[in-house]
Design a protein around this ligand. Sequence first.
Ligand code: NAD
Length: 524
Amino acid sequence: MTTDVQIAARKITSVNPVTGEVLREFEPAGEAEVNAAVSRARSAQPAWNQLGVRHRIAILREFQRILHGRKSEIARLITREAGKPVGEALLTEVLVVLDAARFCIDSAYACLRAEPVPHGNLAMKTKVGRILREAYGVVGIICPWNYPFSTPATETLAALVTGNSVVLKPSEFTSLVALELANLLYQAGVPQDVLQVVVGDGSAGGALTQAAIDKLVFTGSVPTGKRIAQVAASRLLPVVLELGGKDPMVVLDDADVEVASSGAVWGAFVNAGQACLSVERCYVHRSLYDKFVEACVRKAKQLRVGNGLDPDTDVGPMIHERQLRIVESQVRDAVSSGARALAGGARLEALGPNFYAPTVLVDVRHDMRIMREETFGPVLPVMPFENDEEAVRLANDSDYGLGASVWTRNRARGEAMASKIQSGTVMVNDCVSCFGISEALHGGVKASGLGRTHGHFGLEEMVRVKYLDVDLLGGVKKSWWYGYGTEFTRQMEGVIDLMFARKWAQRLRGALLTTGTFRLKGKI
Ligand code: NAD
């Protein structure tokens, strides 16, 4: 047994990050409990799959209806456990989940429908093919705390609607929200064994990674993602890894400074900077730099930091002090190397132990930790560039590649630069927000991960593809079976010539490809 799967001894405590109030304590699930959950999920999955997509969609509709009715209550629970302002919880969690359910309802049929595969091999024209998509079986989902409702929910809904059962291991900091998600789905009609939540920390996550699951969808940090990838590789477990980011924001010389600076301030400080797609480093054309910095500093200082339950709050606390210390140490490192904090740059101790002031840093260099490591806190480092080539080079000079944004009045110029930036997503004239578009795929390149969630690619991650090949002349011996000899060789040469030597034959092949297979396919 590795240290990852040893049974965690300490209790899992759900804490309000504003007040420190203990909301609830849980016994952590140990390896035995995790394995038992997976085993129950395995037994329950065939019936869930056989229920059919129509019934599963009906359950998702009911989930949507119940969640809609309880939207404010759920948003407040998210705020109490994770700290973000209630309005933000409605926008970035509840709305995202309602829309994710809508997307699954709209798209599940198309995803699961068999797909004909027309083919152009004349020698095998009696055969028709289809792609079938089948549920994996049991999908393990491991999540972080920063979007404690929308991250587990979008992944869970995609897994469930495609016929999988799910064992969800939420972050140890946001167990209550995950359990409430499960309750909503149970009320809507999802059987309890089809979706199970195992509460625990990294030990429970490690146990789930080693358990008899068929696929793992992990969202979290790069170090944990790498450890999971190693375990998965040793047993060839398919994984999706949604990892960290260091998203660049590039402000071109024709950008609207007022708009771009408001975007930067929101993109850097939304959810107290604890978003995987946060603006983590900002590059501004030298000609706009001074005006842009002045606007960011002014706007950062106007933000109201406090308890997310207060409707006037813009920025809530960080999730816990350990996360705050990472931010503090990166800012200290930058300042000791010559950076200056023109806004913030310190804790807000009067508000509580987990508050850090929205911080704008200038005079940063690209070798500083603040420009290279994921900060995951309310810090906006701003750096000037001289020309577009330099901006692209700086944006790509990173181990990460999750998201990026380009700001310009010229859409074509923005799109052209987007094509040069190495990341899973590039937004032009906005940042962070496309996470809320259910159709928009989400995921990274480089150290930001493997695979995708959201959109059709996210649904596809939840199914195995199988090729079904049917020979329409079942009673006939195939010409390519044994019986080799001179005649066979001559026939093969003829087939190859027919397909590739003559232009008219190629036209025939093209015609057969588009018409023949479709005529035959109905006979499967
Ligand atoms: P984390 O890696 O510490 O933990 C994530 C989850 O993994 C938690 O549930 C944790 O208990 C579990 N875990 C820890 N050790 C494990 C192990 N050895 N085996 C299996 N599971 C284990 O990350 P975090 O601090 O909770 O979240 C912040 C990170 O998540 C940031 O890096 C952020 O960028 C990333 N994130 C990425 C996305 C994305 O979609 N790309 C979204 C949100 C957050």
